[in-house]
Design a protein around this ligand. Structure first.
Ligand code: SF4
Length: 341
């Protein structure tokens, strides 16, 4: 392999391409670490076009660390609605409180300090420190793995536990001084040009340097040996309702939907007589295939309803006001369908 000096022109070409082609995104106009942090978390899980409205809505309501830290967790979850991965919203909220208590409300500028914040990993810490504070760490993620594997036709297994360290090291070989822009350029190249399938090599600024392209072997990189198996899960809910009202509870255990509101997951025998049937919904999450049974339980006795509500910790809500709470997507869809009826 050529020495680092010979390879730096790759990073320079990439930067020149980025300066001509950078996507015009709202968070590109700011160096506010708070906003860069939020957008990094939002767009880790959502495509830019789909996530923009959510991002704008979130930072409009919580424009800075202080506003976010002072908000209730339920409200933060509500503004995260539609983005999934609610544990990320819970962590963002905790990290905002941490910045207030440990850093006097000022976003830390050092990579190592940013890394101490709840829910922030190496990728996000590197992105925020390089974009906002001239930090020098590459923000290595799947885009880096893919682009670097292809440029060097490197068959290092990206599912290996050492992949992050390996590709960080490799990126230093092509990384120019302006690491913040370089990191963003890699993100843009990875999502717009060097796509996982059918990369647009004809439009790529690095096609003269890319070994996989010259060998016509782009589809063979990156190399990934381990596949994470999806888990099949069955869930059961009871939509217990009387006239416009229905029962909900907040999930407390460590399940994916912790802190979200749900219908009861079990009911006593006395309510089972009111069951009008069940519908099953399929829902896919990353690494999970959910099959969800929702039983329609319409309680027609005032006495049983009142007794049940007073004896249990369920909250009573109605269709209209339930939109102010965060539900898992399949339950939200169920409620939305009832609202349409
Ligand atoms: S030439 Fe093709 S495979 Fe190589 S980096 Fe560019 S887009 Fe990716």
């Amino acid at each position: 392999m050529k020495n680092n000096h010979d390879l730096l022109h790759i990073g320079t070409k990439l930067l020149n391409w980025y300066y001509q082609n950078a996507r015009d995104l709202p968070f590109r106009k700011t160096k506010d670490p708070y906003k860069i942090w939020i957008c990094e978390i939002v767009f880790q899980q959502t495509r830019i076009l789909q996530g923009l409205n959510h991002y704008n809505r979130f930072v409009e309501r919580f424009p800075d660390v202080k506003t976010l830290a002072e908000a209730s967790e339920d409200e933060v979850l509500l503004y995260w609605k539609g983005l999934g991965y609610y544990s990320r919203a819970i962590n963002i909220h905790k990290a905002a409180k941490q910045i207030i208590s440990d850093y006097n409300g000022i976003f830390p500028s050092q990579y190592e300090e940013i890394l101490k914040l709840k829910g922030i990993g190496k990728y996000t810490a590197a992105a925020v420190s390089s974009i906002c504070f001239k930090g020098k760490m590459p923000a290595v993620d799947g885009n880096f793995y893919r682009v670097l594997s292809r440029i060097f036709a490197d068959d290092f297994d990206v599912s290996s536990s050492r992949a992050f360290a390996y590709f960080s090291e490799l990126s230093y070989r092509i990384m120019p001084n302006n690491v913040g822009d370089f990191n963003q350029a890699m993100m843009d190249l990875g999502s717009e040009i060097c796509k996982p399938r059918n990369p647009l090599c004809g439009d790529c600024p690095l096609n003269e340097d890319c070994i996989a392209f010259s060998l016509q072997k782009t589809s063979q990189f990156p190399v990934k040996t381990k596949k994470i198996k999806s888990e099949n899960l069955n869930l059961q809910y009871f939509f217990v309702h009387r006239e416009e009202q229905f029962l909900i509870q907040q999930r407390k255990d460590d399940f994916i939907w912790k802190k979200l509101f749900e219908f009861p997951t079990a009911i006593p025998e006395v309510l089972q007589q009111f069951s009008k049937g069940c519908k099953t919904f399929q829902h896919k999450l990353t690494h999970k295939n959910l099959s969800i049974d929702i039983y329609d339980v319409e309680v027609t006795s005032n006495e049983i309803w009142d007794h049940f509500v007073s004896e249990h910790d369920y909250l009573v809500t109605d269709l209209e006001s339930s939109v102010n709470r965060s539900f898992p997507k399949p339950l939200e869809n169920y409620i939305q369908n009832l609202l349409k009826d």
